[in-house]
Every structure is written in C-alpha cells, then in structure tokens.
Design a protein around this ligand. Structure first.
Ligand SMILES: O[C@@H]1[C@@H](O)[C@H](O[C@@H]2CO[C@@H](O[C@@H]3CO[C@@H](O)[C@H](O)[C@H]3O)[C@H](O)[C@H]2O)OC[C@H]1O
Length: 381
C-alpha cells in the first residue's frame, strides 16, 4: 500500500481487458496501436501535430482549434505512456500560446486558440487547468524537473494556487467556489459541470500542492463526491452537461441534458473507484449508467434528458460515449460490465472530422482498462 495519507490506494491497477479474456500481447498491441493512431497516424485518425522544432498541439478536429482540454489530455496520455518528448512539446506550446499574463484571467490558460497560436478567447475552461496540474505533477515525479517551463512541479503548484486563490486581491475569479469547494464551469459563473469533478485528482493535489492549499483540496475531493450524487439522476445515472450547485440541471443555454460533456462522468467515477475506492455510490452509478445503455446501440445514441427521454438529435460522439461507459467497468459490478468492455474492444478509434473528442476518451479508456492509467508517485523517478 502506498502512503497517500489517509486516502485509500492499493497501488495495484486492474487489467480489466485481461480479466475479460484478452491476452496481454493483444492488449499491449492495442494500447500502442491507439497511441500510434492518435499521435503518429494519418489524417484519418491523428489529433496530435508537431509544430516547429520543439512544440506540438492537439487539434479539435471538429472545431479546428486547439483547446486546453485536449492539450491537457495529451499531456496526461504522454506521461502515462512515458513519452517525455511529446509531453514537453505540448506543454511548451501551451505555455507559449495559451497562458495569459494580463487581465482578469492572468495566470489561467486561454481555453481555445487557433493552430497558429492566436487566442480565440481570453477566458479559461477549468477542466484544462485541473488536467494540466496533475499531468505536470506526474511528469515531475516520473522524469524530474528541468528548466522553465519544464520545471513541472513548480508549474503545477503555482497553477493549483492560482485556480483556488484568484480574486482574493480583487482581480478576477477563482475556478472553485471557495465556500462550497465545487469547481465552476468557468470562473465568472456560479454553476458547475458535473464532468469537471475529479475527486481522484484532488486527493493527489491534497498531497502535492503548496502546504497551505492541501486542506482545500481534501475538502474539494469530498465536496465533488457528494455533488456527483446529487447531479446524477437517481434512476438512469445520467448527468447533465451543466448543473446548478444543488445538482439540478442548468438548461439556461441548452446544456441541461445528457450530451457530450456528460460522458466523462462515467470515466471519472470509474477511475476514482480504481484509484481510491472513492465512494461505494460509484458502483451504483456505474451500474445504472450501463443498465441505461444496455438496450441501445451506438448508431442510435441520442441526446437524453437526465431522466432518459431521448431527443431526435443523435450523439455527436458515440465512440466517446461507448468508451466512457466501458471505463465505468472499473467500478461496475452489474451484468453489463463485461458487454461494455467487449463493445469497446470491438470498436476501432474514430476516423474523420469529429474524431478528436471521441479518440481522447477512447485513449483514456484504453489506458484505464489495461491498468496503465496510474498514479505516479514522487518515489517513481
Ligand atoms: O463557452 C466555453 C465552453 O464551450 C468551453 O468549454 C470547453 C469546450 O467544451 C468542452 O468539451 C467539448 C465537448 O464537446 C466536444 O464536441 C468538443 O470537441 C469538446 O471540446 C470542454 O470540456 C470545455 O473545456 O469552456 C470555456 C467557455 O467559455
């Protein structure tokens, strides 16, 4: 058992794919094949593009931009796959083009840029910052720190400080509400996005952030686990894209239903259970989600109310959805856990214009179900 100061962590990672009967050789090959498709493949599958001598970016191929979401995901994938070269390229691009040094959002990263580095927005999206922070901490633990901007540990701790303390000097807003400890959809709003809640990340921030920030992160982990219980529907398990702090869907801008953002809740619940046995509720939640989708096929996935009523509109990212449903099998104990893993295994990475979001979720699921989405400790260097 690793010392995670009170947080349960086995130090063991299930290979759910192996448990489902696939050979270690086949699993290794699929993990590598997935990496190759996203990072080195042809235009049909790749989402990573090297830029210049020492930089690179993930492109949202559906929106033709570079998002903090994708950049932070790419860094997390690279550190898990021990690809410091790719990690450093993505982080250099992020640091050079996305970081904001002035205005209300100074200290945050612009959530969307053009591929030439021009900012499309001067606002951040907190899901990027939280993934950057943990990817940087893992990089520090796995490879050691270098010269700025590759001083990963320092970069992570500074970011973890800014995202909760911003606004204390009267300029800007924090990404977490300081009272209820819930992550906001964007800093200058007072509602949340259930898919942004990563209690398993906050447990680790509570260990490795600046000492004065650790108590906050520990409380945030509990607050997020409690919040997910009220944001996910009690029967279907479906979460809306955006939700109020009391857990009810926020449909002010049409994001109060189960659609693209929401898919990540299944993956997050699965990984929190795998890393920390976060909450026994996560087993129920995973079972409910898998049960809701048991009689549905990817070709017919829709937008749904969280009570499960379908809209006409088809899912924009069916491969991403089936992948996250499979990742929920890290927590699921129900009769659908195996079928979800099989469906994932039998589905290739997505090709074509909308592939970015699907294939990000696909790669995370491939890592998680093969026991390769792991916690990198300071002692792992
Ligand atoms: O209004 C923006 C808001 O859109 C932004 O959110 C980011 C973009 O949306 C989220 O992911 C998308 C899910 O749908 C797929 O089709 C897209 O490809 C994904 O990028 C993402 O999690 C958010 O970071 O945040 C800033 C707000 O100002």
């Amino acid at each position: 058992m690793n010392d995670l100061r009170g947080a349960f962590h086995t130090g063991q990672y299930r290979n759910v794919l192996k448990e489902n009967g696939y050979s270690e050789e086949a699993i290794e090959a699929r993990v590598q094949h997935t990496w190759d498709a996203l990072f080195e493949g042809d235009e049909e599958t790749r989402i990573y593009y090297p830029a210049g001598d020492d930089m690179g970016y993930f492109m949202d191929t559906g929106n033709l931009d570079v998002r903090t979401e994708g950049m932070s995901y790419g860094m997390m994938m690279a550190v898990q796959m021990d690809r410091k070269d790719v990690f450093d390229r993505i982080w250099r691009w992020t640091h050079k083009y996305m970081f904001m040094t002035e205005g209300d959002n100074a200290g945050y990263f612009a959530w969307s840029c053009k591929t030439d580095g021009t900012k499309n927005s001067n606002g951040p999206a907190p899901d990027g910052e939280e993934f950057f922070a943990l990817a940087l901490l893992f990089a520090s633990h796995r490879w050691g720190d270098g010269a700025e901007p590759l001083n990963y540990g320092h970069q992570a701790r500074e970011l973890l400080r800014v995202i909760i303390h911003k606004g204390e000097d009267g300029i800007g807003q924090p990404m977490w509400n300081p009272d209820n400890k819930l992550i906001k959809f964007i800093p200058n709003c007072e509602y949340s996005d259930p898919s942004y809640h990563l209690p398993h990340f906050y447990e680790l921030f509570a260990l490795w952030s600046y000492p004065e920030d650790r108590a906050f992160w520990k409380e945030a982990a509990q607050a997020s686990r409690d919040y997910l219980k009220i944001a996910c529907h009690p029967v279907t398990g479906l979460a809306p894209e955006y939700a109020h702090y009391d857990g009810t869907p926020n449909n002010d801008r049409g994001f109060g239903h189960f659609f693209s953002d929401s898919y990540r809740v299944a993956a997050n619940v699965g990984l929190d259970y795998e890393w920390f046995r976060g909450d026994e509720w996560e087993i129920e939640e995973a079972n409910k989600l898998q049960s809701f989708f048991a009689d549905k096929t990817p070709e017919d996935y829709r937008r749904y109310t969280i009570a499960g009523e379908p809209f006409e509109e088809k899912s924009l990212h069916p491969v991403g959805l089936l992948a996250t449903n499979a990742m929920a099998s890290l927590a699921a104990t129900g009769p659908n856990a195996k079928a979800n893993v099989e469906l994932f295994w039998n589905t290739p990475v997505r090709t074509g214009g909308r592939r970015y979001y699907d294939n990000c979720l696909y790669m995370f699921t491939m890592l998680a179900l093969s026991g390769k989405f792991r916690i990198w400790m300071p002692t792992d260097k």
